[in-house]
Design a binder for this molecule. Structure first.
Ligand code: NDP
Length: 342
């Protein structure tokens, strides 16, 4: 379906076009497509393009729904997604509910296993084993974080690599790192980010500098691998990086995946850069004289918009793409299991 290097080859189409929405031209090598203009501190200011992740996710979901119907009609296969949630963490419950809703809207067979917080590791592994052997299930996801007595690595590695639609299994991580993504699952958040960047810059990032802030296994590291695969010159940064603003200022592509509200400011950003904000932070902000709880990213959106070429908002940017990429991976898994791609 998708080789995560260029266009999506799944045949999924929206209005007759490939599922990966191609930009009008590949602007990659010579220049960023924004400008000319002067920085926020120059005489001409600029308002960046708002990258609408919600709209893109909906467009993608439409294609996935069409492809799901076709898979059922032509091959009698319905993609099946099993989500396992252990305990009653309220945020996890919301995430799982949204995933289930989205899976059903795409026409998937959707199963949720809600199990008690004190369930033993042995019992969780037994459930995963059953799901690994269930032919109606093509994707298995265990919602994180787990209760303290469970070992995250043991549990995520127990999921069969061929059903690991989160892309956390070492086999899938290895394939991504080695550039063998034809039959690998790429973690959903970086996979969604790369589609949004490709919309702005085309699929070849030759001669562009990319800076990833954050080196987690689920976002930062796979993000770096995907950018490298597309020929970007990638710099990975983290809490020990010296002069982070100075490093970020060299970037044509910035990915912020830190978990620190409004950390990236306009004076960190190169004019015209594409800025992808992965962060989700809940903060108290004064709105109309009242303190209210609000979601914000790692990028100071209003400030950065005066310099950047394109920026994702929070909410409405990376978040909706992440959940849709989970559906994308599940559909892909169903197609791979039937030998329809890979
Ligand atoms: P982690 O906590 O696993 O990783 C955070 C990374 O940020 C670490 O590598 C850490 O460095 C780095 N970091 C922390 N402080 C600084 C600093 N001051 N300067 C530079 N780097 C720093 O987080 P995740 O990757 O899981 O998530 C990051 C953010 O993205 C969170 O807000 C999370 O909620 C959000 N998220 C959003 C998703 C979505 O769908 N939109 C999906 C997944 C995550 P070090 O390694 O040195 O400690």
């Amino acid at each position: 379906m998708a080789d995560y290097r260029g266009e999506c080859h799944c045949g999924a189409r929206s209005n007759g076009r490939p599922l990966r929405v191609s930009p009008s031209s590949n602007m990659g090598a010579e220049a960023l497509p924004y400008g000319p203009f002067f920085s926020t501190h120059g005489s001409i200011s600029m308002s960046a393009k708002r990258i609408d992740g919600k709209a893109k996710a909906e467009q993608l979901a439409e294609s996935i729904t069409e492809q799901t119907a076709a898979l059922l009609a032509d091959h009698g296969i319905k993609p099946g997604l099993a989500v396992v949630i252990i305990g009653e963490d309220p945020a996890s419950q919301v995430y799982v509910r949204n995933k289930k809703r989205r899976a059903e809207a795409c026409g998937f067979h959707s199963v949720q296993h809600t199990i008690a917080k004190d369930t033993s590791q042995e019992d969780v592994l037994k459930l995963i084993d059953e799901l690994n052997s269930d032919d109606a299930i093509h994707g298995i996801l265990v919602q994180l974080p787990l209760p303290d007595h469970l070992d995250e690595q043991t549990i995520t590695q127990a999921i069969s690599p061929s059903k690991d639609v989160d892309g956390f299994h070492f086999v899938n991580i290895g394939k991504l790192t080695a550039g063998h993504t034809a039959d690998a699952f790429v973690p959903c958040t970086p996979a969604g980010c790369i589609l949004m960047i490709e919309d702005e810059l085309g699929s070849d990032f030759s001669s562009l500098n990319a800076v990833v802030i954050g080196r987690s296994n689920i976002v930062g590291k796979p993000m770096g691998a995907l950018l490298l695969q597309r020929n970007a010159t990638v710099t990975m940064t983290h809490s020990r990086t010296k002069d982070l603003p100075g490093v970020v200022r060299n970037a044509d592509i910035v990915i912020a995946a830190v978990g620190r509200p409004d950390m990236v400011k306009a004076d960190w950003v190169k004019p015209g850069a594409v800025v992808i904000d992965v962060g989700i932070n809940r903060v108290e902000k004064e709105i109309d004289g009242e303190m209210k709880s609000k979601l914000t990213g790692d990028v100071d959106y209003d400030d950065v918009c005066t310099v950047a070429g394109a920026v994702t908002p929070v909410p409405g940017g990376v978040g909706p793409m992440t959940i849709t990429m989970l559906m994308f991976n599940t559909l892909r898994s169903a197609r791979l299991s039937a030998g329809l791609e890979g």
